[in-house]
Design a protein around this ligand. Structure first.
Ligand code: NZQ
Ligand code: ZN
Length: 401
């Protein structure tokens, strides 16, 4: 009896989950890799719908390279531009309609997460013929999708190597994520030199996003020590090279390290042996984006410290383990403070006020509470109640536990 208890003390109650790995994305990483796009596209079709944003791609060479490579391979290109950050369902539906009308047989997403996520919905939406919101709302599943290629210009979301996409519906004030194996890009092209033009704010938000993805996995269910090491290695990479990149934004090597880290943070690597990520903080962030159009990464650097403060007494052991791995410090309060300081050091906001929201406006905070309630903001593992929403808003507004 005594012996049994003793050995229990020595062996934590590990619980590694069963898992399946599936990631069919062929990732091309490095300078000038987009030259290979034409060949890859020619194996998939003849007429590409090129989906991109508001024009940054024309200033960093990626548009010219993408078009050049597709045309050299004999691919006809139809363009759909103007995709907004925090992309909206109307744009995705209009792009799908254009692709259908013109007989596109493949989709190429060019840009950051917003352009590529839209391209994913469009690839599934063209054959479906209904609004892509039906997918996001869970009312329809894609039965087929056009082949999809991605050319990434912003290190952040990991969309280039996963099957998820996020879309916003301003009419219903909902921002929803959706994932389906048909929405994996066939090929993704990551040339870090395209990210040299990303301005400081979006560079910081991208780093905040990749750290947030790693943390969502850390707080997911199931314990796999090797996966924990992958997760904390990615965060440490961001902590080591992120601040250096902020001081040296034209450094290709630093851009490359951050781009690789961002892809690795959401391509399946960090959930092996786990049931998945928690996603509670992303849910909070989506509420901030849908209400105030706060950029995705910025919404997460506001929400994460607040979420950790809420969880400090509930899951102290997991926060302590994180502190030990990242900072060699097992004090929960210090760990939260250090993560918050890291976001601040990057220049990503850590409070609603810093994100430009007037927190003395009770109506605004009331509206946030309503959006959080309507969107059923919660994590998968760490469920959030309406009382938690209230407390989280308080922390995001600057209250301390
Ligand atoms: O409009 P353009 O011209 O494209 O300009 C963009 C935009 O203004 C600009 N930009 C992109 N590359 C640039 C550049 N500016 C200069 N030089 C470059 N090389 O940056 C701004 C932000 O772009 P956006 O694509 O919105 O950023 P991000 O990559 O952070 O994507 C955010 C979207 O992805 C979703 C988010 O919710 C948000 O809607 N996410 C997608 C995920 C996924 N599919 O796996 C997971 C994430 O958690 C996230 O939710
Ligand atoms: Zn994210």
């Amino acid at each position: 009896m005594f012996k049994k208890q003793d050995s229990k003390l020595k062996t934590p109650n590990w619980n590694m989950e069963h898992f399946v790995i599936y990631n069919p994305v062929k990732l091309h990483f490095g300078k000038d890799v987009v030259q290979g796009l034409g060949k890859a596209a020619a194996a998939a079709g003849k007429k590409a719908l090129l989906v991109y944003g508001k024009g940054s791609v024309k200033k960093n060479g990626s548009y010219q390279d993408t078009l050049g490579s597709l045309k050299a391979a004999g691919i006809e290109v139809i363009e759909f531009d103007g995709i907004r950050p925090n992309p909206v369902v109307e744009d995705a539906d209009a792009a799908a309609e254009e692709g259908r009308r013109q007989g596109a047989d493949m989709v190429v997403g060019l840009g950051g997460g917003s352009a590529i996520d839209t391209a994913k919905f469009v690839a599934a939406g063209i054959p479906a013929g209904h609004s892509v919101w039906e997918f996001a709302a869970g009312r329809q599943k894609p039965l087929k999708a056009l082949p999809l290629m991605a050319v990434l210009t912003l290190a952040a979301t990991g969309t280039e190597m996963n099957s998820f996409a996020v879309i916003q519906n301003n009419a219903t004030k909902k921002k929803l994520g959706y994932g389906h194996p048909l929405m994996f890009p066939r090929h993704s092209f990551l040339d870090p030199s395209y990210t040299l033009t990303v301005p400081p704010d979006h560079t910081a938000y991208g780093i905040a996003d990749l750290v947030a993805h790693s943390l969502e996995a850390w707080f997911g269910e199931g314990e796999a020590s090797l996966t924990d090491r992958f997760i904390t290695s990615i965060i440490r990479e961001a902590m080591q090279y992120g601040p250096r990149l902020m001081n040296d934004p034209k450094n290709y090597e630093l851009r490359a390290r951050i781009m690789f880290a961002a892809t690795s943070a959401l391509n399946g690597l960090t959930v092996q042996g786990k049931k998945g990520q928690d996603w509670g903080v992303h849910d909070i962030g989506h509420a901030l984006s849908v209400l105030w159009d706060i950029p995705h990464g910025a919404s997460l650097s506001v929400a994460y410290p607040a979420w950790l403060k809420l969880q400090q007494e509930r899951i102290p052991e997991r926060i302590r383990e994180l502190g030990e791995a990242l900072f060699r410090n097992n004090h929960t309060g210090d760990t939260i403070y250090k993560l918050e300081s890291f976001f601040r050091l990057l220049g990503s906001p850590v409070s609603l006020e810093e994100a430009g929201i007037n927190t003395s406006d009770d109506l605004a905070l009331g509206e946030l509470l309503e959006v959080m309630r309507d969107n059923k903001v919660s994590g998968v593992v760490h469920k959030l109640t309406e009382d938690d929403h209230r407390q989280l808003i308080g922390y995001m507004a600057g209250n301390e536990p």
